[in-house]
Every structure is written in structure tokens, then in C-alpha cells.
Design a protein around this ligand. Structure first.
Ligand code: GLU
Length: 481
């Protein structure tokens, strides 16, 4: 069997939409799964949309996402150049060949004439006016330097059909298709033409792309046929939606890979999540590494309907990835968030990491989870009351006073040692451990909930600060009683 060759063909827009990244991922998975080749091609024929540095964004995104292409502008596999603007001279030659073969023709119609073909809504098919020009007439016009485009010659009757790997049989009446422009008046190819020529010349035999191309594909197939080239297989993918009505789009924000990284998602978690947007693996396991994705990816699991982007689900998944990080790796990602929070540079980041690893979903949760350490202030003492633990204000005061006396004498200020000491305070005074730990935690944080308990936080803020806060809280309670 012929080796599978897939490609990802982004336009350099300066950002990577999550939907495009998913298309890229599927093309990559399909190539890897079949021991095939994954090609990166830059589609920059639309010079107006060109953004400086945009190709670097594409490389950087693929790298972060763990998707390594086998061929591309930076990895010649013998089918280059892999940037369409560097292939410019090639397209005209092939368009001329297509004209020779009857699959296309020169069109010299003026803008004004084309306007007359449109109705009040600006809709109207080109009427094949220039198809009737003789070869001599065409040559004369070309020699006179008349501006022209080259259009595809679509049969007026019959149907065009193909089998899509996801959507099955697709059949479009030829009369519903227009003789679209293949070469523009500036000599540049349109997407319609360039994708066919490039996919053929790059030996792409499996085209994986967005469903918006599903119904134009018969047009492309007509070109393959006219050239006498073998058609590729096609796998079209349904869009990712924000909700039932709206596509995930840049306009709504949050549709870009980089935005999610900035928000504190791990690239592996994003990739894992988007792999499942539009494809369901067999079995229930959802946390899947790239190798597992390659192993499990299949056509049957690809959905024909659109999928809804559920950020809450992606957050959860990211939390699962964070739980697996080592403290060192966690700190690497978390440091900018620590540094941007109120605790910047103030506490032992390793200890904070140990507290936070099981407790956050995305890194941008960090400031909100740690700021309390620096926000100690007067609070409502009724927060000490805890029915289930049988904690009243009196019990709380008793616990805190005992803690104050004992902790003042403690030298080994570690979580483990403090835990032992608090437990023995409870035991010696016939109190439940919670009746000592809970009041102390509140007394030194002033916060209803905190990542980590009394002794972990006491260790973090240190002996002096613990005793200072304890004193403050005891006075607060005394005033209330
Ligand atoms: N450059 C096109 C896009 O970004 C690629 C479509 C295709 O994969 O054929 O939509």
C-alpha cells in the first residue's frame, strides 16, 4: 500500500485557532498511526492577510503542542518549497496546462461586465462568456497585454461525486458550482487552485481539513480528473462550536492556543482536550498521551456533528495534568503566577507548590489561592463556630490560648512537628484534633477556606508571624465574648 501522506496547510494569520490546531492534530495522528508522513505547508497566497512573524507562530505552536512535522519549510523532504508564495511561478504553468486540457479557460471580462451578472444581493454565477473565445482570440488578447484571470471550466450538466472518509458519499450537481477563478489578475493562484496543485505535487494522498471545504471538494476533484492526476482521499472535520449557534471564533476571544497557554493551561492538556472534540476513543479513558492518541485514533470515532467547546471540562483535564507534575516542573510553570501575586518572592515556592499541586486546575488560579497569605485582616469571629466539630467561641479561645502558650516554645518549626504538637495539645486537653486545628487555621489566615491546613500555613508564614496573628485573633475573640 502507498504510504500515507497528510498535511497541515495553515494560512499565516499570526495566531493558531483551536479549530485549526485540532485539524493539524488529526492530520498528524493519522500520519503517525499509519507510519506515514506529515507535511507542513504555509498557504500565504493571500498577501493581504499576511502577518509579519506569523510563520514563527506556527512553528512555535506545533512545537509546544508536541506535533513534529516530517517535512515543511524548515525540513525539506524533496517536495519543496513548502511556502506557497515561493511556488508562485509553478501555478501559472499548471493553469496553462489545465487550459490546454479543457479544464480551465482565460477570462478577460471587465469588473463592470461581471457586475451586470449579479442580482441585487450581489449573487450571480459567471456565465462562461469567455469560454467561447477561440484560441486565436485569446492569444491576441494576451499579446495585447489585456488583464485576465484563469477560471475553472465546470461542466454544466451531471453531478460530481466522491466518498469522504467521515461524511460518506458526497454528490454535488455541477450546475450548483461556479467557474471559479484559479489564477487572479495579479498572477497569484487562489486557494481553489493552489491546494490542488500543491497537494498533488507534494504527493498528499489524504487531505484532512475543515468541513467548510466538503462541498467545494468536487470542484477540486474535477481538476484532478482533468489533469489526469489521482485524487486523494478526504477527511473533513466538523467545526468546534462555542454553543449550539456560534462557532468558536477569535471574535469571542479564548479561541486561540496562545490565549489558553497564557491563562495557565498546559499544552499537553489542551492537545488532549481538543483531540476529544470531534473524536471519541473506544473505552472510557480520557487522559491520553500523544502516543496513546496515535495508537487509538480511528475514523469510526470521528463525529459528523459539531462539538461544543467546554472550558470547564478542559480546566478539569488540566487539573489532572497538573496533579502529575513534579514539584520542580510545577514551579517552572507557576513561577510567573507566584511572582504576579501578592506573595511574590515572600514564601518558599516549593512548599507552596506542594500545597497547590492537588488544588488548582489552571495556573492562573494561583494568585487567588495564595493571596490570603498577605491579606490577614480583621474578620467576623462567628467564622470560628462549627456545629459538627462542636466548636463554640469559648472552645476556640481555649484552643488558641493553648496553642499560643505551646507554640511560643517550639523551635523546630516544620509542618510535621507542628502537627504532632497540636495533636498532643488536643489529647492532653480532651479536645478533638479538629477543635484545635480549625480555630488555629482561621486564626492565622482570617480566610474561610485555604489550600492547606493550620500547620502547613504556620510553617509557610513562620513562627513570628504565626504568633503575631494568633495574638491578634485571641484579642478579637476576647472582645467578642
Ligand atoms: N489554508 C487553508 C486554511 O487555512 C487550508 C485549507 C486546507 O487544509 O486545504 O483554511
Amino acid at each position: 500500500m502507498e504510504k500515507i501522506r497528510t498535511r497541515f496547510a495553515p494560512s499565516p494569520t499570526g495566531f493558531m485557532h483551536i479549530g485549526n490546531l485540532r485539524t493539524c492534530l488529526y492530520a498528524y495522528l493519522w500520519a503517525r498511526k499509519n507510519n506515514g508522513t506529515f507535511v507542513l505547508r504555509i498557504e500565504d497566497t493571500d498577501q493581504e492577510r499576511y502577518v509579519e512573524g506569523a510563520v514563527d507562530v506556527i512553528y512555535a505552536t506545533l512545537k509546544k503542542a508536541g506535533i513534529d512535522h516530517d517535512e515543511g519549510p524548515d525540513k525539506d523532504g524533496g517536495y519543496g518549497p513548502y511556502i506557497q508564495s515561493e511556488r508562485k511561478s509553478l501555478y501559472l504553468k499548471y493553469a496553462q496546462e489545465l487550459v490546454e486540457k479543457g479544464g480551465a479557460y482565460y477570462c478577460f471580462c471587465s469588473k463592470e461586465r461581471l457586475e451586470t451578472l449579479k442580482d441585487e444581493n450581489g449573487i450571480g454565477k459567471y456565465d462562461k462568456h469567455c469560454l467561447s473565445l477561440t484560441k486565436e482570440e485569446v492569444n491576441a488578447k494576451l499579446q495585447a497585454g489585456e488583464p485576465y484571470v484563469i477560471r475553472q471550466n465546470i461542466p454544466e450538466e451531471g453531478v460530481s461525486e466522491y466518498d469522504d472518509m467521515v461524511f460518506g458519499h458526497i454528490c454535488v450537481p455541477n450546475k450548483d458550482m461556479e467557474d471559479e477563478i484559479l489564477i487572479k489578475s495579479d498572477g497569484m493562484p487562489t486557494y481553489n487552485f493552489a491546494n490542488v496543485v500543491d497537494d498533488h505535487l507534494m504527493h498528499i494522498n489524504c487531505v484532512i481539513r475543515g468541513v467548510e471545504y466538503l462541498s467545494s471538494t468536487p470542484k477540486y476533484n474535477l481538476m484532478y480528473d482533468a489533469f489526469g492526476w489521482e485524487r486523494p482521499q478526504y477527511m473533513h472535520l466538523s467545526p468546534i462550536m462555542k454553543d449550539a449557534q456560534h462557532k468558536l471564533s477569535k471574535r469571542y476571544g479564548d479561541a486561540n492556543f496562545e490565549d489558553f497557554l497564557e491563562k495557565g493551561y498546559l499544552p499537553e492538556a489542551i492537545v488532549n482536550y481538543i483531540a476529544l472534540l470531534g473524536w471519541s476513543p473506544k473505552g472510557n479513558e480520557e487522559i491520553l498521551s500523544m502516543d496513546q492518541l496515535i495508537d487509538m485514533f480511528d475514523i469510526e470515532g470521528i463525529s459528523k456533528s459539531s462539538s461544543i467547546f467546554d472550558e470547564a471540562k478542559m480546566r478539569w483535564m488540566n487539573g489532572e495534568y497538573i496533579k502529575k507534575l513534579s514539584v520542580e516542573d510545577f514551579i517552572k510553570y507557576a513561577k510567573p503566577y507566584f511572582d504576579a501575586s501578592k506573595i511574590a518572592g515572600k514564601y518558599d515556592y516549593t512548599k507552596l507548590a506542594q500545597l497547590l499541586i492537588p488544588r488548582i486546575e489552571i495556573f492562573s488560579d494561583i494568585p487567588e489561592k495564595v493571596n490570603f497569605l498577605e491579606e490577614f485582616k480583621e474578620y467576623d469571629v462567628s467564622m470560628f463556630e462549627h456545629k459538627k466539630m462542636k466548636i463554640t467561641l469559648d472552645i476556640a479561645l481555649k484552643a488558641l490560648t493553648l496553642c499560643q502558650d505551646t507554640l511560643a516554645k517550639v523551635d523546630v518549626w516544620t509542618n510535621d512537628n507542628l502537627k504532632e504538637i497540636l495533636s498532643s495539645i488536643a489529647q492532653a486537653n480532651e479536645m478533638k484534633t479538629g477543635q484545635v486545628f480549625l480555630p488555629l487555621r482561621l486564626a492565622i489566615t482570617a480566610a474561610a477556606s485555604t489550600p492547606g491546613g493550620a500547620t502547613e500555613i504556620a510553617e509557610l508564614i513562620g513562627k513570628e508571624e504565626t504568633l503575631r496573628r494568633l495574638d491578634f485573633s485571641i484579642n478579637l475573640l476576647k472582645k467578642a465574648l
